[in-house]
Design a binder for this molecule. Sequence first.
Ligand SMILES: Nc1ncnc2c1ncn2[C@@H]1O[C@H](COP(=O)(O)OP(=O)(O)OP(=O)(O)O)[C@@H](O)[C@H]1O
Length: 334
Amino acid sequence: MPELGEGAIVARGLTKVYNGKLTAVDHIDLDVMEGEVFALLGPNGAGKSTTIGMLTTLIKPTEGRAVVGGYDVSSQPEMVRRTIGVVPQEYTADEDLTGWENLTFIASLYGIPGAEARRRAQELLEMVELSRFAKTKVEAYSGGMRRRLEIAMGLINSPRILFLDEPTLGLDVQTRTAIWSYIGKLKEEYGMTILFTTHYMEEADLYATRIAIMDRGKIVKIGTPRELKESIGGDVVTLAVDNQAAAVELLRSLGVDPREYEGSLVFKLKDASTALPELIRALMESGIQVRRMEVSEPTMDEVYMEYTGRRLRDAQASSEEVFAMRATLRRARS
Ligand SMILES: Nc1ncnc2c1ncn2[C@@H]1O[C@H](COP(=O)(O)OP(=O)(O)OP(=O)(O)O)[C@@H](O)[C@H]1O
């Protein structure tokens, strides 16, 4: 089989078609280097979980190849599983068991001998600050505690590569920050390679060394947060005007490509400090009143809009999040 490349996670043309018709992941290429914290950023349904599923051997690719930790996901799934840790989106811990019991049980599935399993369970519970609740049944854990336990469970086999699917979904800001401090430790102290999915732009921006923006099964752009923001090539201008149709027409004739967003026009502009006054003058001379104007440096939100034509808004995400959380809880109860 031809070599795929040097990275910790390498994919070429990786594709998943469900039921012969829904292309959830569409020929993606990935090269995640050792020690990277790599984000797959995109809205619900973009194909992030399916990508993680294929990379972690849980979902069979329809087409393409992936090599994780040097092992092929299709022909060496056992070796891949031994090399990786997975923290799935839904909770997997047994609610009737304690945190300690869950960890030692998972350790036994990996064939980790008793004394070593106990040592790791203790160390991991300390790391995620659950030692005090080691002997408490998981059913009494809060959402944040459950997520922390799931992370500990994903680390029980001391993986070189860790996959986290929406690790902070539905958690409050404080708990999200705590989770990121544990993940940061894994990178700093163990040089672990981490791939996570998220629809929180600020998490990708703050914590990822590189981000792949996913939209409708495709990776539309890959880069460091800085590269992505710089790739937009200009400041972002938001204008509220009284005659939007006329303003769009005029701006287009001046070489600007505005999009409508929440009743305003949004566009990027090189050298806004000199170019914007001219645009405003042109609008005013055409009888168009400018009611509000805002200039900002590009954020990940704008980057996302640039490459997908849509906003990945946290407001929209939060309602989806409630849904996802409820589905997870339902699954946990059944
Ligand atoms: N087992 C399945 N059978 C059929 N379609 C599926 C299956 N799993 C996912 N899909 C579909 O594939 C597409 C991608 O889903 P996927 O879960 O990978 O996206 P995602 O970006 O991870 O979103 P989420 O964060 O909600 O999981 C969606 O349209 C989804 O409905």
